[in-house]
Design a protein. Structure first.
Length: 282
């Protein structure tokens, strides 16, 4: 009796393998969608409007947020709520030192595909490392990069606070109106309250991002102070103090949060006279 040799029969993919492939495919699709949004900048340093970022990503973001257990509202946004999200956009991205990450991360956080309360740096201290590793032509240029990043964040706070305060006031009116309004269904009430919670979460995400950025810039300044001390470092210290003061606005609720301390304890700064007020020239 002649036996035919056994041929190798490939095994079918296990369910776990198929699940991993689907996750990888989904991740690739998201990356492709985010990359397609990388167009010329429009208002608020955001890419110009297009179908993907304005229609596709928000729908996907609502699904991701729902899976995470976050509130998702289908109520149409007010003009102030749209502006609140526009103003928050710059704070949802990593600092300017991560140009290669800023746009993709912001484009995935803005529609809530990624959670807004995640860390701004891929790993702590990478902003400092990038600042020290880049081949600037002078020490002053390296310090100026840090100062520009700090001032950019500081100068955006005022506009965000104004619109956030107005949105919070309108949400208070919404919530209190339920005691008097009769023609509102339970579903409408739930949708409106979900929007109120969405607004609170976004404001809190900006508060968290500001606290993170203050810590990131503090770490960079202290490392630069040791590695490449220069008189212009005084400007960086003043800019950071100014950012910290503006971030303590009651609307952002940073005043009650533990902010990174500015050493030395007496708060006189590293340089003589850095605690004195100075008229800005920029």
């Amino acid at each position: 009796m002649i036996r035919t040799p056994m041929t190798h029969v490939p095994k079918t993919r296990a369910p776990k393998t198929r699940f991993r492939c689907r996750r990888a495919a989904a991740a690739g699709l998201i990356a492709a969608l985010a990359g397609s949004c990388a167009q010329l900048e429009g208002d608020f340093a955001r890419p110009r409007p297009n179908v993907i970022r304005d229609d596709v990503l928000p729908v996907a973001g609502g699904a991701f947020a729902s899976v995470r257990g976050e509130p998702v509202s289908l109520v149409a946004m007010t003009d102030d709520e749209r502006q609140l999200r526009d103003r928050a956009y710059a704070y949802l991205a990593p600092p300017e030192g991560f140009k290669f990450l800023s746009l993709p991360v912001a484009e995935l956080r803005a529609p809530r595909i990624l959670p807004n309360n995640g860390p701004l740096e891929p790993a702590p201290g990478l902003y400092t490392q990038a600042l020290l590793a880049y081949q600037y032509r002078s020490t002053t240029a390296r310090w100026q990069r840090l100062i520009d990043d700090i001032r950019s964040d500081r100068d955006r706070i005022g506009a965000f606070v104004r619109v956030a305060a107005h949105v919070a006031e309108m949400d208070r009116v919404r919530t209190e109106s339920f005691r008097f309004v009769q023609a509102v269904s339970d579903m409408q009430r739930e949708q409106v309250m979900a929007r109120v919670e969405e607004n609170k979460m976004l404001i809190d995400a900006v508060r968290s991002a500001l606290a993170q950025r203050i810590a990131i810039y503090r770490d960079a300044m202290e490392n630069l102070l040791v590695a490449q001390p220069a008189p212009v470092a005084m400007e960086a210290e003043r800019a950071l103090k100014s950012l910290q003061e503006r971030a303590a606005d009651p609307v952002l609720a940073l005043a009650a949060q533990p902010l990174p301390a500015i050493p030395p304890p007496e708060n006189k700064g590293y340089f003589p006279g850095s605690d004195k007020a100075r008229v800005r020239k920029d």
